[in-house]
Design a binder for this molecule. Structure first.
Ligand SMILES: C[S@@+](CC[C@H](N)C(=O)[O-])C[C@H]1O[C@@H](n2cnc3c(N)ncnc32)[C@H](O)[C@@H]1O
Length: 269
């Protein structure tokens, strides 16, 4: 069967250009660094990703968009060495603190992004290269080729499934449209078009967040509404006042959500 003549890199670019999105701005991640790292390091995603990855004990690993070491920190005791790359200085400072506190000495930290010159950053070739939830770039095929050229054995990516971690009910409650987002199938199709026959597995987490009160819920959910205006915040507060339900431990939304990430990996030829 011949492949339809869709350019999946263009499809990816279109999804990204249709959205108001400041996630490519390191300032967005600087502001979110501590709450993201608290949430990410306590989530089941990490263990599920590592189980799928099944790394070799002597591997060198490149972790692009490492944040505060969501994967790099737990991987540090399972592999030989890690190069952790991220454009957010706040994330890298948190990673520094975690390494210092836990006596981790095999993580090299680099301030950089997909679009940088990786030779100038002296990234080098590693056994495995991973991009976990960090495909934050308009030119996806360039990013994939770059990641692959810095992997000697294997490449791992993880990409969003359906709405990913975003709760469309929250976005719509403030009066915004929840536009279509590129889920993993776009990434998979692009890989197929590039001649990469990737394996796929899914991480699955049930999200049921507990909040201390309405203000805590607003703060915990505000990352979904980039550049939230005061009027939108009033609407979000009203929505949560009307919908949060109380249990013996605190307040929660009246529904739970299943969040999946697709982990795609392939061996270098
Ligand atoms: C959702 S977090 C994922 C972090 C971690 N890999 C994980 O799975 O928890 C996305 C990370 O990608 C980084 N990032 C954003 N734009 C980037 C870019 N252009 N190049 C590389 N990393 C980027 C952010 O600073 C942030 O730390």
């Amino acid at each position: 069967m011949s492949m339809p003549s869709i350019d999946w890199n263009d499809v990816w670019k279109q999804f990204r250009s249709n959205r108001r999105d400041s996630t490519q701005d390191p300032e967005f991640w600087n502001k979110r660094a501590s709450s993201f790292s608290r949430h990410a390091s306590g989530s089941d995603y990490v263990q599920q990703f590592i189980d799928i990855m099944n790394p070799g004990p002597a591997w060198s690993v490149l972790d692009v968009g490492c944040a505060a070491g969501t994967l790099a920190v737990p991987l540090s005791s399972l592999v030989g060495s890690i190069t952790a790359l991220d454009p957010s200085m706040a994330m890298l400072s948190l990673l520094d603190e975690r390494c210092l506190k836990q006596g981790i000495t095999n993580i090299r930290r680099i301030n950089g992004r997909w679009e940088d010159d990786w030779d100038a950053l002296d990234i080098g070739v590693h056994d495995a290269a991973i991009a976990s939830r960090s495909l934050i770039t308009d030119d996806l095929s360039a990013a994939i080729l770059k990641l692959e050229s810095h992997a000697g054995k294997r490449v791992y990516l993880s990409a969003m499934v359906d709405d990913g971690p975003h709760d469309r009910r929250i976005v719509e409650a403030v009066g915004r449209e929840f536009g279509p987002r590129a889920d993993y199938i776009v990434v998979y199709n692009l890989l197929r078009q590039m001649g990469r026959y990737a394996n796929v597995a899914f991480t699955v987490n049930k999200e049921e967040k507990l909040f201390k009160d309405v203000a805590d819920a607003v703060n915990s959910l505000r990352w979904m509404i980039q550049d939230m205006t005061p009027e939108e915040e009033v609407r979000l507060t009203g929505h949560l006042q009307a919908n949060l339900v109380r249990n013996s431990e605190g307040w929660k939304l009246p529904y739970s959500r299943v969040i999946r990430w697709a982990v795609l990996w392939w061996d270098k030829e």
